[in-house]
Design a protein around this ligand. Sequence first.
Ligand SMILES: Nc1nc2c(ncn2[C@@H]2O[C@H](COP(=O)(O)OP(=O)(O)O)[C@@H](O)[C@H]2O)c(=O)[nH]1
Ligand SMILES: [Mg+2]
Length: 327
Amino acid sequence: MINLCFGMQFQLPTVSERVLRGERNSLSKAITIVENEEPDYSSLMKEIYMHTGRAHIIGVTGPLGTGKSSLVDQLVKSYRLKEKKVAVLAVDPSSPVSGGAILGDRVRMLDHSLDPNVYIRSMASRGDEGGLSRASKDVVRTLDAAGFDIVFVETVGIGQTEVEIVDVADTIIVVLMPELGDEIQAAKAGLVEIGDIFAVNKCDLPGADKVLYNLGSVLSAKESGWQQRAIKVSARSSEGMNELVTAIEDHGEFLKKSGSSSAESSMKLQKELTKRISDLVISELTAVLPRDPEFATMLNRLLKKDIDPDAAAHQLAQKYILRKENR
Ligand SMILES: Nc1nc2c(ncn2[C@@H]2O[C@H](COP(=O)(O)OP(=O)(O)O)[C@@H](O)[C@H]2O)c(=O)[nH]1
Ligand SMILES: [Mg+2]
């Protein structure tokens, strides 16, 4: 609160108000608050959550080097031609470096750096993938509330981390390329299930048709009824970019029309809420248990083989868990 000299009181706008107005500096500040769980995190999320749900969140995943960043760069250009406001969040679970965009990405994205309707941010995991998942969800919400029409989330898809993009994105693009090694082909198994659209990138190189052909035999209709699509593209020559954009838009329309958008949102929120509650309960218990004298007593009994660990856990847990009949 600032007291002006003639006695009027003037309330400074909060970070969330500035974010909702689309102020860029405040957006960067808000994202840092979310990333680091700074003290204002809770109030920020409280104020922006009701303004989320308008953006189309597009996850872009696939093995390293398939051209995800290059493709996102091309997609940003395509959507800018359609006058959409576009944000890019590059999530790098492997890099512990804060703000871990690699130099190539930075240079590529420099093209857009003067465009006020494009916002690019990268996030690293600091070795905590659970935290990355929480933070990326809320960063995407912040971008959504700030008024971006399209939010791209780029993650590397090897191992379990690509699965988390399912929890964040509405539409998932899996980026592949010709001549991936056997190891990568195996990793593709998990990717085949999550993809809505498969972009076979680098079609300016030989072998793209073979990948497309092989994909053809494994793609099917997803549970929602969406028929997975594979498209040949080249981020280098821009071949296939229009088809890719059309596929993304078709999928967005499909989600709206089929009602699977709200069904999926509900499932994702259910999962998120469960995870958040368990995290809270676990951290509370971890703090409380060592101070509980009954815990020490139980430990002693265990040492004396007076009770077994399973029975000990059940007995002590009773104290902390509401009995079924009380629920
Ligand atoms: N020939 C060819 N090279 C490409 C294409 N797209 C990306 N690349 C190159 O592939 C390399 C990896 O691209 P990058 O976008 O960083 O891949 P990412 O790791 O999936 O984000 C870079 O050297 C790009 O220049 C393409 O369509 N054709
Ligand atoms: Mg990349």
